[in-house]
Design a protein around this ligand. Structure first.
Ligand code: URP
Ligand code: ZN
Ligand code: ZN
Length: 465
C-alpha cells in the first residue's frame, strides 16, 4: 500500500466545483492522491474542518517602490507572514516602473526582493510610460521572465497613461498571452473635483470619496473596454467598487468583449461612512476607487453571484497609520489629496470574506474557493499548480474551522502595518493551519514558514480573460 509523507484525513474538501469528504495524500511538495483510508508517515486529523486550496491573492502591493523614492512599509517577510496567517499561500505583487529605469531591470530587482518571501509569489509589471524601449523590448522581456500580468493606470499623477498610450500598451502586448489589468478612474475629472473640494475648504478624508464619484470610475471603465475592443486585447478591470461599474462590464461581455473583473474584500464589507470618522481616523480607509454606499456594497455581492466579477483580492497596501512613510507622511492635518491611497488586507482577506460570504449566506463554499483561489490562479497562469486540490497540484492547503469566532486586530497577523480597517470586527470562521507545498507554514496562529521559503512563480499556460 502506498505510504505518503503526509496525509490530511477526514476533512471536508472544498474546490471551485465540489465538496466531498476524503483524505489527501501528499508526497514531497505535491498532492499525490485523494481517497479514503490513506496512510502516511505523518497524519493530521481534519475532522470538523474544511480543507480548501491555499488562497491566491492576485493584487498585493508589497515592498513596492514609489515614484517619490519611498517604499511600501510592508516588506516581503512581514506581508507574506500575514498572508499565511490568514490562509493565503500565493501572492501576486507589483514591480514598479520608475523614471530612468528599464522594465527588465526593475522586474529582476523586484523579483530579488521577493527572496525574503515566506509564501510563493508572482509579479505583475506596472507600465507607466510608452517609450520605444518599453513597448518593443521591455514588455517582451518581462513576459519572458514570467510576469503574471501588466497593470496600467488611467489615473494618479505619477502613473497615469493617456488613451493613446493605453492603446499602445494593449497592442504591444497582443502577441503575448498575458492579461492587462487596468485601474479605471477618469484622471481629469478627479483633478477637477479635487481642486474644487480644496478651494471650498473640504479637506477631510471623506472628501476623498466625494471627489471620486462612481461616474468617474464608470466612465473610465467603459473607455478601457472600448480601447480593448479597438485593439482586440483582452483586459481585466481591477478593483471594481460599484454595481454600476459591474453593469458596464456585463454589457461589454454580452457583446462578446473579453473583459474580466476583480473586486476587493473592502468593497464587499465596508462603506464610505468609515471615511467620516473624526480627526485623522478616516485616513485609514482612503483607497481608490473609494469605498461606496451600503446599497452599492450589497449590489457588489450580486455582481459576484452572477459571475460578472470573478476574483476577490485584497489590494493590500503597506502604509502604516502612525509611521513616517505611511498615511501621516504629510502630517495629520494634511488634506485628503495628500494621503497615500490603499489599505492593508492580505491577512484579513479570507477571514473577513468568509464571515461575510459564508457565515452570512451570501455565496456558497465552492464560490468562495473559486473567487479567492481558483480564478486568480487561472487568470495569472498559475493553475493547476495553484488554486485547486488535485493530484499533481502543489500541496498548498488551508484547514479552516468554520465555527471559531475571533475578533480582528492587527496583532493577529503579525503585520508591519499598525492597523487594520477591520479592527474590532467579530468574525466566524478562521484558518487553523496553512500548508505551503506540503509543509506546515502556519499552525494555530504560529508562523513556521521563514523568509526565503517562498518561491517565485513564473506565469505558465494561458491567462483566462
Ligand atoms: O488605493 C489603492 N487602490 N492603492 C493601491 C494602488 C492601486 O491603485 O491599486
Ligand atoms: Zn489600482
Ligand atoms: Zn492596487
Amino acid at each position: 500500500m502506498t505510504r505518503y509523507d503526509l496525509v490530511i484525513k477526514n476533512g471536508l474538501i472544498v474546490t471551485a466545483t465540489d465538496r466531498f469528504r476524503a483524505d489527501i495524500g501528499i508526497s514531497g511538495e505535491k498532492i499525490a492522491a485523494l481517497g479514503h483510508h490513506l496512510h502516511g508517515d505523518k497524519e493530521v486529523d481534519a475532522t470538523g474542518l474544511l480543507v480548501m486550496p491555499g488562497g491566491v491573492d492576485g493584487h498585493c502591493h508589497i515592498e513596492q517602490d514609489e515614484a517619490d523614492g519611498t517604499v511600501h512599509e510592508d516588506g516581503f517577510a512581514s506581508a507574506t507572514g500575514s498572508a499565511l496567517l490568514g490562509g493565503t499561500t500565493t501572492v501576486v505583487c507589483f514591480s514598479a516602473h520608475l523614471p530612468g529605469k528599464g522594465l527588465k531591470e526593475q522586474f529582476l530587482a523586484y523579483r530579488d526582493k521577493g527572496h525574503a518571501s515566506r509564501c510563493d509569489y508572482a509579479i505583475h509589471q506596472i507600465i507607466t510610460r510608452t517609450d520605444r524601449e518599453t513597448l518593443e523590448t521591455g514588455i517582451p522581456e518581462v513576459v519572458a521572465l514570467g510576469a503574471a500580468g501588466l497593470k496600467v493606470f488611467m489615473t494618479y499623477d505619477a502613473f497615469h497613461l493617456a488613451d493613446d498610450q493605453v492603446l499602445q500598451v494593449l497592442s504591444a502586448a497582443l502577441p503575448y498571452d498575458v492579461i492587462i489589468s487596468l485601474h479605471c478612474e477618469n484622471y481629469e475629472a478627479i483633478r477637477f473635483l479635487v481642486s474644487q473640494h480644496l478651494a471650498e475648504g473640504k479637506i477631510h478624508a471623506h472628501s476623498h470619496a466625494t471627489s471620486r464619484p462612481v461616474s468617474v470610475e464608470r466612465e473610465a471603465t467603459s473607455r478601457a473596454i472600448a480601447l480593448s475592443e479597438v485593439t482586440g486585447q483582452p483586459i481585466q478591470i481591477f478593483h471594481v467598487s460599484s454595481p454600476e461599474v459591474a453593469a458596464e462590464i456585463a454589457r461589454a461581455r454580452d457583446r462578446g468583449v473579453q473583459v474580466a473583473a476583480e473586486t476587493c474584500t473592502h468593497y464587499l464589507t465596508l462603506t464610505e461612512d468609515e471615511l467620516k470618522r473624526e480627526g485623522f481616523e478616516g485616513a485609514k480607509f482612503i483607497c481608490s476607487p473609494p469605498l461606496r454606499s451600503a446599497v452599492e456594497r450589497e449590489g457588489m455581492w450580486g455582481a459576484l453571484r452572477d459571475g460578472t466579477i470573478s476574483v476577490v483580492s485584497s489590494d493590500h497596501c503597506g502604509y502604516t497609520y502612525e509611521g513616517s512613510s505611511g498615511k501621516a507622511r504629510y502630517g495629520r492635518n494634511a488634506d485628503f489629496s495628500k494621503i497615500p491611497n490603499g489599505m492593508p488586507g492580505l491577512g484579513t482577506r479570507l477571514p473577513v470574506l468568509f464571515d461575510a460570504a459564508i457565515t452570512r449566506d451570501r455565496i456558497d463554499l465552492t464560490d468562495f474557493v473559486r473567487v479567492t483561489a481558483t480564478n486568480p490562479a487561472k487568470r495569472y497562469g498559475l493553475y493547476p499548480r495553484k488554486g485547486t486540490i488535485a493530484p499533481g497540484s502543489d500541496a498548498d492547503l488551508v484547514l479552516w474551522d468554520p465555527a471559531i469566532r475571533k475578533t480582528i486586530s492587527p496583532e493577529l497577523f503579525e503585520s508591519a502595518i499598525d492597523y487594520t480597517p477591520y479592527d474590532g470586527r467579530e468574525v466566524t470562521g478562521w484558518p487553523v493551519a496553512t500548508y505551503l507545498r506540503g509543509r506546515l507554514a502556519m499552525g494555530n496562529g504560529v508562523l513556521h514558514s521563514i523568509p526565503g521559503d517562498g518561491l517565485y512563480l513564473a506565469r505558465a499556460g494561458r491567462s483566462h480573460a
